[in-house]
Design a protein. Structure first.
Length: 157
C-alpha cells in the first residue's frame, strides 16, 4: 500500500470518566492523573456555580482546577474531594499557563480511537468549552475546546 493510500493510524487517547460522561484526550496531552490531595478549593467551590473551583500545587506550579461540568452549566459536580485531577498540557505554548487541571471521577483507560470504534455525535455542540461529543467503544465522550479553556484560564490570572 502506498503512503498516500495508507489508512490513518490510531489516535491513542485516554477515556477518563467524569461525573456523567467521559473526557477524551489524546494521550500526548495528558501530563498526569493525580489524587485530589494537593488541591486548594475555594471556600464556595462546592455550592457556587463557578467553573474555577481551586488550584492545584503541582511541580512547583499553581494550576487552575476547572470543573468541566460547571463550564457546561451543570451545578452539581458531586463529591469534589473524591475526584481525581487530570493535568492537561495547554496547546498554544503559553508560558504563563502551560497546564490546566480538570476534575475527573475515575481511572483513565487508554483507548485507540479509530474509525471502526468511534462515531461523531455532535461536531458543533452548544455547550461552552466543548469542541465535540463522540462515542468511543460505546461510551459518550466529550472533547474539550482547549483554546476556550486556555482563554478562560488567562482571564482569571
Amino acid at each position: 500500500m502506498s503512503e498516500k493510500n495508507k489508512a490513518p493510524s490510531d489516535v491513542f487517547s485516554f477515556l477518563i470518566p467524569m461525573q456523567q460522561d467521559n473526557l477524551l484526550m489524546p494521550s500526548e496531552t495528558v501530563a498526569e492523573i493525580v489524587p485530589f490531595m494537593n488541591v486548594t478549593l475555594f471556600d464556595n467551590a462546592e455550592s457556587s456555580d463557578e467553573w474555577h473551583i481551586g488550584n492545584l500545587a503541582w511541580r512547583n506550579m499553581n494550576i487552575p482546577v476547572i470543573s468541566l461540568e460547571r463550564v457546561q452549566g451543570q451545578q452539581d459536580i458531586g463529591d469534589i474531594r473524591r475526584s481525581k485531577i487530570a493535568v492537561i498540557y495547554t496547546l498554544n505554548g503559553n508560558q504563563d499557563i502551560p497546564y490546566l487541571a480538570f476534575t475527573v471521577q475515575g481511572i483513565p483507560r487508554m483507548t485507540p480511537v479509530r474509525e471502526e470504534n468511534s462515531e461523531m455525535l455532535d461536531a458543533t455542540p452548544a455547550e461552552d468549552g466543548v469542541a465535540a461529543w463522540i462515542q468511543v467503544e460505546g461510551k459518550k465522550a466529550m472533547i474539550p475546546d482547549m483554546d476556550v479553556m486556555e482563554q478562560m484560564a488567562k482571564e482569571i490570572r
